[in-house]
Design a protein around this ligand. Structure first.
Ligand code: ADP
Ligand code: MG
Length: 452
């Protein structure tokens, strides 16, 4: 039996033993690449799949293989992208992964003092008609903190650059004034959970100190505060305290102040007393510029026709644009050849379909359970074993990321309170940028969600 046949027969057996999703996630792209003495070399497309198959299926695989070839003694697992024929050719891949990881690690260290992510800068923010005013205000604020445009309220749809722009202001201020002006960034849900915690533990003074002892307070996604009385109350007082001392306040929201129905009138009129700017959908030229600037940041190249295809097709969300761009680059890297227009079209088509297909919370939990080889009950249980803690955190992260559920409803779904949901979401959001492996897991789970 040649290697190809041996492997096909082995996989056919495994396919019967595993669920469809598990089989296609872990083994479908595996190959038997070599046999030396009694050792069989099995290639998997990435490090995570390699470790997984090695730990979970090694024994099983060897058992099956030995039925077909009793000279097999041992399995070795290697990472190899598709279409690389032998293990010798694999060497150059390792440094590339290392470089990528170094790049990720270096780039994304969140400053614990200010909570700012240094990746967001004004110079990496592409400016066009859709965000010109917001950008001009941001630049003016950096030069004139607390006096001009205070408060600054910026609003716009999902993935259009609000978080990027307001964090960039914080980063520029920090740099320019050599830490003399202290910025602080906080998502409004974190503010809310801090207030709830302080009330429960009678530590209101801590909160006052934490948020009033800054020179530039940046609150992201304020729409989530609306309707939470105590939090609004505390925010109002924080707002006034800062404002009276000429401290700068920056707020973002997915809609203008008058469209947050639950927002208290007095807060709304405070916001309206400053500068309000919106960010709308980028037009074609700007989408091209954004793609080119991302390529440059990553030192990558794409054919012009492909840039054009992406810019023409992905219009309403820059985060989505980045996601598709990454997929295309990943594809190109694996093929080790420039991607064609039609291959790019296909990737876009698939992603857009996936994005518009409605996913349910049940599907997400099921896919995660299946991926980690545990049950949905394990996810919801109070079990604290390591094997279920991370999957549970990922579950909370994905419920938020994919369905935009509120923290209280995520908590409820998993039998936890909302602070646990916030904590998990924040932890995974942070880690996913730091650890390539976690990122890989999450990409694979997402794929699986769309497959089942
Ligand atoms: P929002 O907070 O509005 O949902 P983000 O600020 O998180 O959106 O932006 C989503 C992604 O798009 C981020 O990776 C961000 O860096 C990128 N992005 C958004 N606007 C721009 C822009 N004008 N130039 C470059 N990158 C941008
Ligand atoms: Mg945001």
């Amino acid at each position: 039996m040649n290697l190809e046949d041996l492997w096909q027969s082995t996989l056919a057996e495994m396919e019967v033993q595993l669920s469809r999703a598990n089989f296609s996630t872990w083994l479908k792209q595996s190959r038997l690449v070599d046999k030396q003495e009694g050792t069989l070399y099995i290639a998997l497309p990435n490090n995570f799949a390699k470790e997984w198959v090695e730990n979970k299926y090694q024994k099983n695989l060897l058992g099956i293989i030995r039925n077909f070839d009793n000279s097999a003694r041992k399995l070795e697992f290697v990472v190899a992208p598709q279409h690389v024929a032998t293990t010798e050719k694999l060497a150059p891949i390792a440094p590339r992964v290392e470089r990528l990881e170094a790049h990720m690690g270096l780039e994304l260290k969140i400053d614990p003092e200010t909570n700012l992510n240094p990746r967001y800068t004004l110079s990496s923010f592409v400016v066009g008609p859709s965000n010109e005013l917001a950008f001009a205000a941001a630049s003016a604020i950096v030069n004139d903190v607390g006096t001009k445009y205070n408060p600054f309220f910026v609003y716009g749809g999902v993935g259009l650059g609000k978080t990027h722009l307001i964090q960039a202001i914080g980063n520029e201020v920090k740099k320019k004034y050599n830490n003399q002006i202290r910025p602080k960034y906080v998502p409004s849900e974190k503010f809310t959970s801090d207030v709830v915690w302080a009330i429960r533990n009678k530590r209101m003074e801590d909160i006052k100190k934490k948020y009033r002892d800054v020179d530039l307070l940046i609150i992201d996604d304020i729409q989530f505060i609306g309707g939470k009385e105590k939090t609004e109350e505390e925010f109002f007082h924080t707002f006034n305290a800062l404002y009276e001392h000429n401290k700068q306040i920056i707020i973002s929201s997915d809609r203008p102040p008058q469209s947050i129905p639950t927002l208290e009138e007095r807060l709304r009129s405070r916001f309206e007393g400053g500068l309000i700017a919106d960010i709308s959908y980028p037009e074609y030229e700007m989408r091209v510029a954004i793609i080119k600037s991302k390529l440059q940041e990553m030192s990558r190249i794409l054919p012009d026709e492909v840039v054009d295809v992406v810019a023409k097709r992905v219009k309403k969300n820059i985060r989505e644009l980045e996601g598709i761009l990454n997929k295309i680059l990943f594809y190109q890297e694996r093929k080790q050849a420039p991607i064609t227009e039609s291959a790019a079209e296909e990737i876009i088509e698939k992603s857009v379909q996936n994005l518009s297909r409605r996913v349910t919370d049940g599907q997400i939990l099921k896919a995660i359970a299946e991926f980690f080889n545990i049950t949905v009950e394990d996810l919801i249980s109070h079990n604290r074993r390591k094997e279920v803690v991370e999957p549970r955190q990922i579950a909370m992260y994905l419920l938020r990321d994919m369905l935009e559920l509120s923290y209280p409803s995520i908590g409820e779904r998993l039998g936890r309170d909302h602070t646990t949901a916030i904590h998990s979401f924040e932890k995974i959001s942070r880690d996913v940028n730091k650890f390539a492996l976690l990122n890989q897991k999450i990409l694979m789970i997402k794929d699986m969600i769309y497959k089942v």
